[in-house]
Design a protein around this ligand. Sequence first.
Ligand code: NZQ
Ligand code: ZN
Length: 387
Amino acid sequence: MENFTWFNPTKIIFGKDSHLQVGEVTAAYAKKVLLHYGGKSIKATGTYDAVTAALKSAGVEYVELGGVQPNPRVSLVYEGIRICREENIGFILAVGGGSVIDSAKAIAAGVCYDGDVWELYSTPAQPEKMLPLGVVLTIPAAGSESSDGSVITKAETQEKRSCCSDLMYPKFAILNPQLCYTLPKNQIQAGGADILAHVMERYFVPNVHTDLTDRLCEATMKSLIGNLPCVLENIEDYDAWAEVMWTGNIAHNGLLGRGRVEDWASHNIEHELSAIYDIAHGAGLAIIFPAWMRYVYKEHPARFVQFAQRVWDIDTAGMSEDEACHAGIDALEDFFRGLGLATHLSEIGIGEKDFDVMARKACVGGTLGNFKKLGVDDVKAVFELAL
Ligand code: NZQ
Ligand code: ZN
């Protein structure tokens, strides 16, 4: 096991009607906030009315900035920074999914940064101070509600880059599974793939003697695999949503990676796809992850055999090591397909045109991953396997 530090300060407030607490919880931090949200969903679902009523009754004044797009853009971040400075706002409340939360984190960092906030995403510059923020989560997927990261896109250059800092953890995150009842099917599918991917980035490591976190990862994956089909079948299955929402949080709050080196090659490769083609991050991962697995499994096959046996309950007796590895990867791909996700680029109309440029951009900071270190040619080979 690797040495590690464990730190996650985000307070989680979980359960039925929990979003109604947002007024009193926010009032403990600020009397005036930027209320940040995405497109139409928050108003169509009634969440906007419930949140603003709760803020008003707790005496919290708010200035609004909606319009965050999936794959959030730095252009709106600049707008948020301007508003916070002009209105003297000291706290941001993000109501939405990963895109809204990441945009809120970028604004919170940018308000306190002297230069262009994009530098925090595109150079080694780190935030030294940030406004505090809180979250009402409306989709379990990205895990940004209690992660230390934010991922922002600069549309002009088709770059999607992340910034990570201990300052990025929200003060609180409110998780009410009932808010998921209005999610469209494609977002549920993509969100599920992202949750699994967050665990797999931590599970597929070269480390040995990681028994506890191996088993925590396996339990988290099994819970997601068992419960996600239930919410697709019955969108108001509260108990299944509660499992999925909590799983989404556990998958990316850092715990599952403690004592392990983690990988993140598949995420970085996917970010190049969503930067150019503007696809949902989780939908991209459902394509990239099986391809990455087929490219790297020979580095540490025992880990893939364990994945087949413990996550997919595959009886590998009588199989060669290679067959057992493939059985696990095939099971994952079958699961994605069963959810209704595409697992090849050609199915979503993406060809090899941009493989070169995406592979080069993905490796701009050096090699990717730890399970197997990937250079430009390796990343291109993963794209080719994904085709
Ligand atoms: O914009 P609106 O109208 O609100 O609709 C949203 C959006 O179109 C809709 N939606 C959200 N909650 C809803 C709902 N529709 C109906 N009912 C609800 N309750 O869902 C759509 C997708 O929202 P988005 O926030 O983009 O989804 P997600 O949470 O998957 O976030 C994806 C972003 O997070 C980044 C991804 O790269 C991507 O940009 N990630 C952030 C991470 C982090 N900060 O730690 C880690 C992740 O690996 C990921 O990279
Ligand atoms: Zn992700």
